[in-house]
Design a protein around this ligand. Structure first.
Ligand SMILES: Cc1cc2nc3c(=O)[nH]c(=O)nc-3n(C[C@H](O)[C@H](O)[C@H](O)COP(=O)(O)OP(=O)(O)OC[C@H]3O[C@@H](n4cnc5c(N)ncnc54)[C@H](O)[C@@H]3O)c2cc1C
Length: 495
C-alpha cells in the first residue's frame, strides 16, 4: 500500500520531492523533545515528501486519504511536545521548500509568507526596511512562522506585542480531505479584527498538525523599536524577589516586553554552568529580570520607575553589561546537549522543560512542591523560571520547570523512562491542582502530559474536541496518535 502511494506521489509531485532512503528519513524522526531512545526506531517515517506549493500539498493529502496513510507536517523540528514525531510512521511532510516571502506591505504593516519561512529568515528580510515580526521564542533561530500557529507559541516579547495568537492575521490551510481554506483577515487576509461568523483562527491555534497543513500566513509587523533595555537584579531572599514581581505587575508600565524570576535552583544551575553568573556574590540567591522595548523617551521614564521598584524590594542591579549578556543568552542556555550532574560527575544530558501557566498567587507553594517532586524521582533539578504570560503582564505566568535528563538511563533501564513519565505527570497535576493550564506555549502532546488534557478540559469539552477532529479528518490521516484524538475513531492511546 505504502509503495503504491509512493509511486503515485512521485507521479504527482515529482521524484525529487519523494524521499525514501534511510538517510533522508531518519533526520525527520528527530525532535527536540525527550523521547524514549529505545523506541525511537519505531517512529521513523516510511517516506518524506517535500512539497513546493499548496497544489503539491493538496495532491499529497488526497493520496494519503486514498490509502489512509498518516501525514505528519514538519517545519523546524524544534517543537518541545513530540508534535512532529511520526508516532504512527506514515509520511512526513517537510515544508522547507515552500520558502517564499510573498509580500511585505509596509503601509498596512503586514508580511505574507509560505510555510517554509522561519522567524529568523523573515526577521532578516524585515530589518532591511527597519521592521520586525516580534514573535520571539527562545528558539527564534529554528521555529517557523506557520508552525507557530500549530503550536500556539509563547513569545518573550508578549508583554509589548502579544503572542503568536495576537500577531497572526490570517492563514491558508489544506484541510485533511484536501480542500484549501482561507482563515481570518477579511477577503484580503490583512484585517485584524472581524466579527463575521465563528473565529476559526482559534481552532487551528495549537492544533499540532492534527487538523490540516498550514501553507501560508499573513502576520502583523512593527517598526523596529529604538531601544531594547534588559535589566537583571539579584535578591537575597525569594520572598523579596516575589514581592518585586508583584510590584512590577502594579507599575502600569506598558513598554515592558515582560518580567520574570529565576528561583534559587535556577541560579545555582547558572552559577555552576554559565560564565557570567559565576562572579556574582554568593549571597545572591534569586534573580528578577525585566526588559523594555520602545521609543527612547518612553523607555527612559519606564526604566526609572522599574529601578525604584527593584531597589525598594532590596534588589541589586547586575549592571548593563551583564544584563545585556544574560538577555542575549536566552537563546543559548537551553540548547541541548548540555552537561548535568549525576553522582557528582559531569555527564551529557538533555534539557527538558515543562511550561504550565499558573496564577501569581500560586507561585510560592507550587515552587516548593515541584522541587520535592523532582528530588523524589532523582532527576537533575535545573530550577524554575516564571515569566509574565500576557500583554497586560499581570496575574499570570509561564512557569518553566527545567530538568536535566540522561537519556542513556532509559536504554539501560526501561523503568527509568516510566519514572520520568510519572515525574512529569506529578509536576503537571500539581499545576492543575493550583488552577493552572498544562502548557503556556509548547503544547500538551507527550506521554505523561497528554492524559491530563481531559482533566484540564473536562469530559464534555474533550468529547467536543474528538467530534471536531472526526468531522474534519474522517480517515484520521493528520498526525494520528496525538492529543488522544485516536479515541474519536475507537483507536488506542499512544505508546
Ligand atoms: C531551545 C528551545 C527553546 C524554545 N523556546 C520556546 C519559546 O520560548 N516559546 C515557544 O513557544 N516555544 C519554544 N520552543 C519550542 C518550539 O520552538 C516551538 O514550539 C515552535 O513553534 C516549533 O516550531 P517548528 O517550526 O520547529 O515546528 P515543528 O517542531 O516542526 O512542529 C511543531 C508542531 O507543529 C506541526 N506543524 C509544523 N508545521 C506545520 C504546518 N505548516 N501546518 C500544520 N502543522 C504544522 C507539527 O506537526 C508539530 O505538531 C523552544 C524549543 C527549543 C528547542
Amino acid at each position: 500500500m505504502i509503495n503504491d502511494a509512493i509511486d503515485e506521489l512521485k507521479n504527482e509531485i515529482g521524484e525529487d520531492n519523494v524521499l525514501t532512503s534511510m538517510f533522508e528519513r531518519v533526520p525527520r524522526a528527530m525532535a527536540h523533545c525527550i523521547f524514549p531512545m529505545h523506541k525511537w526506531r519505531d517512529h521513523i517515517p516510511d517516506a518524506v515528501v517535500t512539497p513546493e506549493s499548496t497544489e503539491d500539498v493538496v495532491k499529497i493529502v488526497k493520496i494519503a486519504n486514498k490509502y489512509k496513510i498518516p501525514l505528519v507536517p514538519r517545519s523546524g523540528g524544534s517543537g518541545l511536545a513530540d508534535g512532529a514525531l511520526p508516532l504512527k510512521r506514515g509520511i512526513v511532510v517537510d515544508l522547507l521548500k515552500m520558502n517564499r516571502i510573498i509580500e511585505i506591505d509596509l503601509d498596512n504593516y503586514t508580511a505574507t509568507v509560505e510555510a517554509g519561512i522561519s522567524l529568523d529568515e523573515l526577521g532578516r528580510e524585515l530589518i532591511k526596511y527597519g521592521y520586525v515580526y516580534p514573535d520571539y521564542p527562545a528558539s527564534r533561530h529554528a521555529a517557523f512562522v506557520c508552525a507557530r500557529i500549530a503550536t500556539n507559541g509563547w513569545s518573550y516579547l508578549s508583554g509589548y506585542y502579544g503572542h503568536t495568537e495576537d500577531l497572526i492575521l490570517s492563514f491558508e490551510v489544506v484541510l485533511p480531505t484536501g480542500e484549501v481554506a482561507h482563515i481570518g483577515g477579511g477577503t484580503g487576509g490583512k484585517i485584524r479584527k472581524s466579527s463575521s461568523g465563528y473565529n476559526l483562527k482559534s481552532l487551528f491555534l495549537g492544533s499540532q498538525g492534527t487538523l490540516g497543513i498550514i501553507t501560508k500566513a499573513t502576520v502583523e509587523i512593527f517598526p523596529a523599536p529604538e531601544v531594547e533595555y534588559p535589566a537583571y537584579w539579584g535578591f537575597r531572599r525569594f520572598e523579596d524577589a516575589y514581592k518585586a514581581l508583584g510590584m512590577l505587575q502594579k507599575s502600569g508600565v506598558s513598554c515592558a516586553g515582560g518580567w520574570g524570576l529565576f528561583d534559587e535552583k535556577r541560579v545555582e544551575f547558572y552559577r555552576r554552568d554559565l560564565d557570567f553568573y559565576i562572579d556574582l556574590s554568593e549571597d545572591i540567591k534569586v534573580v528578577v529580570f525585566w526588559w523594555l522595548y520602545g521609543n527612547e523617551d518612553e523607555v527612559e521614564v519606564a526604566r526609572k520607575r522599574l529601578f525604584k521598584i527593584c531597589e525598594e524590594a532590596n534588589g541589586t542591579f547586575f549592571g548593563e553589561e551583564v544584563s545585556q549578556k544574560a538577555w542575549a543568552a536566552r537563546h543559548e542556555t537551553s540548547v541541548p546537549p548540555v552537561h548535568g550532574r549525576k553522582d557528582g560527575n559531569v555527564v551529557p544530558m538533555v534539557w527538558v522543560m515543562e511550561d504550565p501557566a499558573v496564577n501569581y498567587t500560586e507561585i510560592p507553594e507550587l515552587r516548593l512542591k515541584w522541587h520535592n517532586i523532582i528530588e523524589k524521582y532523582g532527576f537533575d533539578d535545573w530550577g524554575l523560571i516564571f515569566v509574565s504570560n500576557r500583554r497586560s503582564k499581570r496575574g499570570e505566568y509561564l512557569a518553566g520547570i527545567m530538568i536535566g535528563v540522561d537519556e542513556t538511563e532509559f536504554l539501560e533501564n526501561e523503568s527509568r523512562w516510566e519514572d520520568y513519565v510519572s515525574c512529569r505527570r506529578d509536576l503537571l497535576n500539581a499545576a492543575l491542582d493550583a488552577g493552572g493550564s498544562l502548557s503556556a506555549g509548547h503544547g500538551a502532546v507527550e506521554k505523561g502530559k497528554v492524559e491530563l488534557i481531559r482533566r484540564e478540559f473536562g469530559d464534555e469539552t474533550f468529547k467536543l474536541m474528538l467530534r471536531i477532529k472526526k468531522l474534519l479528518d474522517p480517515n484520521n490521516i493528520m498526525n494520528p496518535g496525538k492529543y488522544l484524538l485516536d479515541l474519536a475513531y475507537g483507536g488506542d492511546l499512544i505508546e
